[in-house]
Design a protein around this ligand. Structure first.
Ligand code: LHQ
Length: 262
């Protein structure tokens, strides 16, 4: 029987991966991790796919780690470092290092590690009733899955510390105002709008998109000089692509460009 912990479909260059344990608010267990990595592998191997939507079934995006799962310890104290090493950290690294553009479509609550997985994506879209909670402190933990790195960069140290220490539920409007989210849509329209956004990304020049992603991420650790050099190198490569030639030709001929990812 196939693993239904994550559903997948593909539409116009976009893979749509839906976390699917709605009775547990799509909390992550080991099978869900394994299936998600497998589906990301498939999306990367598929030359038609340029963008990945990550969303949740039912009323949540995901409640983070399944607190009833055995990795949380079945007797003695668990090795949560091992859980991060084996499951969450590879997933965050995968999202950040992939040439595909990841779009988190946060359809309800995103709690704990799941909030940070959403924030690690390249674009974050939210439904009006969605919310984010760094739930860790409530169970005696600290943010993981990149949270302590992402949050201060996204919202500044003051808000990052308050989000981690007080674990408030941040609604979509607030998350958007603080720059955690790119756009908020009515709940009923969220997936349709997200598909439009994802398809627009997928129609773009894939190599330019991958370079944009990589360069903006690199900026967090680079000096201006290093970043100027990186931009020069990337732009030199992009200037030699068929997509650049097509983009300029399409502009001059006043028609939409047809990019091929070459
Ligand atoms: C759940 C969960 C859940 C299992 C709701 N697990 N069943 C940790 C350790 C190891 C290494 C890696 O890193 C991590 C990272 C983490 O992610 S730690 C943070 C884990 N997540 C949380 O602490 C959030 C726990 N959940 C909640 O606080 C609430 O459920 C939220 C605020 C998400 C939603 O509240 P409600 O809308 O009131 O829903 P609910 O609490 O009634 O939940 C509905 C069902 O889902 C319920 O099951 P039941 O059988 O009673 O209907 C919950 O038990 C289940 N569920 N979260 N993480």
């Amino acid at each position: 029987m196939s693993d239904a912990t994550v559903l997948d479909e593909a539409d116009s260059g976009v893979a749509i991966l839906t976390l699917n344990r709605p009775d547990k608010l799509n909390a992550f267990n080991e099978s869900m991790h394994a299936r998600l990595i497998e589906l990301i592998d498939n999306a990367e191997a598929d030359r038609e796919i340029n963008a990945v939507i990550l969303t949740g079934a039912g009323r949540a995006f995901s409640a983070g780690q399944d607190l009833g799962d055995r990795v949380m310890g079945d007797g003695g104290p668990p090795d949560l470092g091992d859980t991060l090493d084996r499951l969450y950290n590879p997933l965050v690294r995968r999202i950040r290092s992939s040439d595909l553009i990841f779009i988190a479509v946060v359809n309800g609550i995103a709690a704990g590690a799941a909030a940070n997985l959403a924030l690690a994506c390249d674009l974050v879209l939210a439904g009006r009733s969605a919310s984010f909670i760094q739930a860790f402190a409530k169970i005696g933990l600290m943010p993981d899955s990149g949270g302590t790195w992402l949050l201060p960069r996204l919202v500044g140290e003051t808000r990052a510390k308050a989000l981690a220490l007080l674990a408030p539920r941040v609604d979509a409007a607030q998350a958007c105002e603080w720059g955690l989210v790119w756009a908020v849509h009515d709940d009923e329209a969220l997936l349709t709008e997200a598909k439009k956004t994802a398809q627009s990304v997928a129609r773009g020049a894939a190599r330019a998109n991958a370079n944009i992603k990589r360069s903006i991420q690199a900026a967090a650790d680079n000096t201006l000089d290093e970043q100027l050099d990186l931009e020069r190198d990337c732009q030199r490569d992009l200037g030699r692509t068929e997509d650049y030639a097509e983009g300029v030709a399409a502009f001059l001929e006043k028609r939409p460009a047809q990019f091929k990812g070459r």
